[in-house]
Ligand binder design. Structure first.
Ligand SMILES: NC(=O)c1ccc[n+]([C@@H]2O[C@H](COP(=O)([O-])OP(=O)(O)OC[C@H]3O[C@@H](n4cnc5c(N)ncnc54)[C@H](OP(=O)(O)O)[C@@H]3O)[C@@H](O)[C@H]2O)c1
Length: 317
């Protein structure tokens, strides 16, 4: 089968297409015939070598961390999924979703309702779970809360804006001029265009600030938090973990960082809301399989509205 690999750490020319044997499955694994894969900033971060501390130095590595497709085989301990099921899956940091087939544990897959296009569904696992977990588990969102979402037009921010609305919060979304109408359409109650307005002069204070693109310094952004407000960012590093521990020990405003965890129940909740029309995912651009490197470079510009998708086998749906 064809599969994309990171042959060396660096730029777009680091991504190569190779022929590999079909993955074999065992236990509770399922083999997915991949239709589509979602592109994430993790792809270009790992490709550049800036994630070596997490993914290791050994090459080749595999980009592609989420996909949709059809179950083609199941291991003997698989309980729920059957061949032919339409599914999405999360690969974890081992990657490998830009491939014709991927083997995943059943617990990291979820069945996709018939009404949801598999091309759209491929972009759900990472951004959907990140938004859900940051708002609920890290951010402790409650009905009526005032929430600021920075990066509201991106993959994570698009989900966060819609999930916050469903959970009854009042959202202020931060984006550039080109995305103001887009985030209003997602249900943001107010929008700050950071290219023409100063976020710090908005005159509001928030129960939760979710900085989905890590655009702000804690020392500045904390001034916009209510006395016991929480700030959540999505780039965990040593400084962030220390700050999280420190603010956790003291009364008052909390800084929290985040690492996404696979959760089948939460993914199913998001898919149900999508099937009911309460959450939508904008597919910004679609790239053919042989242009995985270009798809990753397009996301690296940090201008994606919703998600970029790679079409591995467009005959699947
Ligand atoms: N820790 C974890 O487990 C975890 C999980 C998922 C994602 N992440 C990280 O979270 C970050 C976001 O991921 P993503 O998938 O949402 O990225 P993305 O879709 O590529 O984000 C692109 C968006 O960022 C917005 N943006 C760029 N600069 C901005 C700024 N200064 N202020 C406001 N918005 C800005 C752009 O909107 P405009 O064009 O309107 O500026 C664009 O829509 C990435 O760094 C990713 O690695 C971490």
């Amino acid at each position: 089968m064809k599969s994309a690999i990171i042959a060396k750490f660096g730029g777009a020319d680091s991504i190569k297409m190779v022929e590999e044997p079909l993955p074999s499955i065992k236990g509770s694994q399922v083999l997915i015939k991949v239709g589509y894969a979602g592109v994430n900033p993790l792809d270009w971060k790992v490709r550049s070598g800036s994630m070596k501390m997490v993914t290791g130095k050994k090459l080749p590595q595999k980009p592609g961390y989420e996909c949709s497709g059809l179950v083609s085989e199941i291991g003997p301990a698989v309980k729920d999924l059957i061949p032919g099921d339409r599914v999405i899956g999360y690969t974890g940091l081992k990657g490998g979703a830009y491939a014709e087939y991927v083997a995943l544990p059943e617990r990291d897959c979820a069945r996709v309702p018939e009404t949801i296009d598999l091309k759209v569904a491929a972009g759900v696992p990472i951004c959907g779970l990140t938004a859900y977990q940051c708002l609920t588990q890290r951010g402790k969102i409650a009905k009526g809360d005032e929430i600021l979402i920075v990066g509201a037009a991106g993959g994570v921010g698009s989900f966060a804006t819609q999930i916050a609305r469903i959970l009854g919060a009042r959202t202020t979304a931060v984006c550039s001029s080109a995305n103001v109408q887009y985030v209003k359409d997602l249900g943001a109650d107010a929008v700050i265009d950071y290219t023409t307005e100063d976020v710090y002069s908005c005159g509001l204070s928030f129960n939760l600030i979710f900085d989905a693109v890590n655009a702000h310094k804690w020392s500045e952004i904390k001034k916009l938090l209510k006395p016991n407000g929480i700030y959540v960012n999505t780039i965990p590093g040593p400084v962030e973990f220390i700050r999280q521990i420190f603010t956790g020990l003291l009364p008052g405003k909390k800084f929290k960082t985040f690492l996404m965890k696979s959760d089948r129940g939460q993914i199913s909740w998001i898919l149900e809301k999508m099937a009911a029309g309460e959450i939508r995912l904008n597919v910004d651009e679609v790239f053919p399989f042989q242009e995985v490197a270009e798809a990753i470079s397009a996301n690296e510009k940090m201008r994606t509205r919703g998600k970029i998708i790679v079409e591995v086998d467009p005959s699947i749906n």
